[in-house]
Design a protein around this ligand. Structure first.
Ligand SMILES: Cc1cc2nc3c(=O)[nH]c(=O)nc-3n(C[C@H](O)[C@H](O)[C@H](O)COP(=O)(O)OP(=O)(O)OC[C@H]3O[C@@H](n4cnc5c(N)ncnc54)[C@H](O)[C@@H]3O)c2cc1C
Length: 416
């Protein structure tokens, strides 16, 4: 490599931005080539009619360890959810709160029909075990699925069906709960260590913060990389750019194409989110609403403007609804099914809600098959001069994307 090597990073998602951050801090010159018109990749926010719409419902876990290390939390002005969830079951909403952080809900949590008294105590144990990284050990190893882990802890079928299944299906976009225990442990520890929150300016603020810290001219937008040739890239326009090293920071499927993998990539996990505008909020407080009824189109819902008032114009409410079954997300029928169910929950006012947008996001999360159960993550080194990062290289989360970006940078620095 030359004295100040020029690294080309393909993709300005959180992984690519984190990689650029570490390399820039080490004195390397970086250029990020981003195919789209903005930074953030899957974590972007649009402004529509005064509403702040993230591209699909997602949340930030303030307990993510890498995020804690590299992000400026106060500048993100994180707006917390209540710790726990509002579970819809038996025609009513029930509070299921973390008693450590919301002791005022202790009685309603213990009395709720969402699970037994023993289940609620087991949640505390799950919390402690996740924090001490012994959840998988107790469950029989990191190769266990999340479903098997919950069974190993002895949670009642009611607790699994009414809370864990819909809640974790929403987190992992995996209704079968086949996500490996080690990912479950990682995410549950982050839930337990911190809280769920939204940046005041939307999820896109995370990438914006990382991008703002890079040297000027580091990012080139609307620059889609078509193929790699050694340590050069060829853009879709035909332009060729020469680097000393390349980092692929795209999602898993594009990375496989750019690496020239002969095998097709397994399907990822899709997400569908519907946004509605209302004149009043149907619930009070920053709750994540979980459908514990075991039926219906709605998986989880949230009044985002109750979490962060910036998500809606003054005097309006913004509601997001995530589907229980992503496969069923087709056409206007799904909107009708969602409205029908929400009408049962909140009454006729739902008829007046304005549908703002439906986000159907393919490959929202990487395929579970890419996470080896034994725990060895994908190597950041592809071949000499070529590196990779992305959420699929780590935990398939925002934090995993940040970790993978750092690891790719560390590998590149070690080799240079
Ligand atoms: C609906 C939804 C909900 C989610 N919920 C959560 C959640 O609650 N908590 C959580 O932790 N995570 C969540 N995630 C996952 C999280 O958003 C991702 O793990 C993370 O954003 C991935 O970042 P990344 O940098 O690895 O990839 P990406 O964000 O996919 O970034 C890749 C970038 O590469 C660019 N690119 C692709 N091809 C090319 C090319 N040929 N040339 C140049 N550029 C290219 C893309 O445009 C993109 O900007 C959610 C994701 C979605 C979509």
């Amino acid at each position: 490599m030359s004295a100040t090597p020029r690294v080309i990073i393909i993709g300005a998602g959180l992984a690519g931005l984190a990689c650029a951050r570490h390399l820039s801090q080490a004195g390397l010159s970086c250029r990020i080539l981003e195919a789209s018109d903005g930074v953030g990749g899957r974590a972007r926010t649009d402004r529509v009619d005064g509403f702040q719409l993230d591209r699909g419902f997602q949340v930030f876990l303030s307990g993510y360890p890498e995020a804690r290390r590299i992000l400026d939390f106060p500048a993100l002005r994180l707006q917390p959810f209540h710790p726990g969830a509002l579970v819809r079951y038996g025609g009513h909403f029930h509070r299921l709160s973390d008693p450590w952080r919301r002791p005022q809900d202790l009685l309603s949590t213990l009395m709720s029909p969402v699970g037994s008294f023993t289940d609620k105590l087991k949640v505390l144990r799950l919390r402690q075990d996740a924090l001490r990284q012994r959840l998988c050990a107790r469950a029989g190893g990191g190769m266990r699925s999340t479903r098997e882990t919950l069974q190993a802890y002895g949670f009642s079928p009611a607790m699994q069906q009414r809370f864990f299944a819909p809640f974790l299906a929403g987190v992992f976009l995996d209704p079968t709960l086949s996500t490996p225990c080690r990912l479950f442990e990682h995410v549950w520890a982050a839930f337990s260590r911190g809280g769920i929150a939204l940046p005041q300016d939307g999820m896109g603020a995370i990438a914006a913060q990382l991008a703002a810290a890079l040297p000027p001219e580091s990012i080139r937008l609307r620059a889609s990389v078509d193929r790699l040739e050694g340590t050069s890239v060829v853009l879709a326009s035909g332009e060729r750019l020469v680097g000393d090293a390349l980092v692929i920071a795209t999602n898993d499927a594009t990375a496989a194409t750019l690496r020239g993998d002969p095998q097709p990539t397994p399907p990822g996990r899709d997400a569908t989110c519907l946004y509605f505008a209302a004149s009043t909020s149907p619930v009070s407080g920053p709750w994540l609403i979980v459908n514990g009824e075991g039926q219906g189109a709605v998986g989880t819902a949230c009044v985002l403007s109750e979490v962060a008032s910036t998500y809606a114009p003054s005097g309006r409410a913004l509601i997001s609804v995530s589907l229980s079954d992503q496969a069923s997300a087709e056409g206007s029928a799904i909107q009708q099914a969602v409205r029908r169910q929400l009408r049962e929950w909140f009454g006729a006012e739902v008829d007046d809600w304005r549908h703002l947008r439906t986000d159907h996001i393919r490959r929202a999360l990487p395929p579970i098959a890419l996470f080896p159960t034994a725990g060895a993550p994908a190597s950041p080194r592809v071949q000499p001069g070529l590196y990779q990062c992305g959420d699929y290289c780590d935990s398939g989360t925002l934090d995993g994307a940040l970790v993978s970006g750092r690891k790719a940078a560390e590998a590149l620095l070690a080799d240079s």
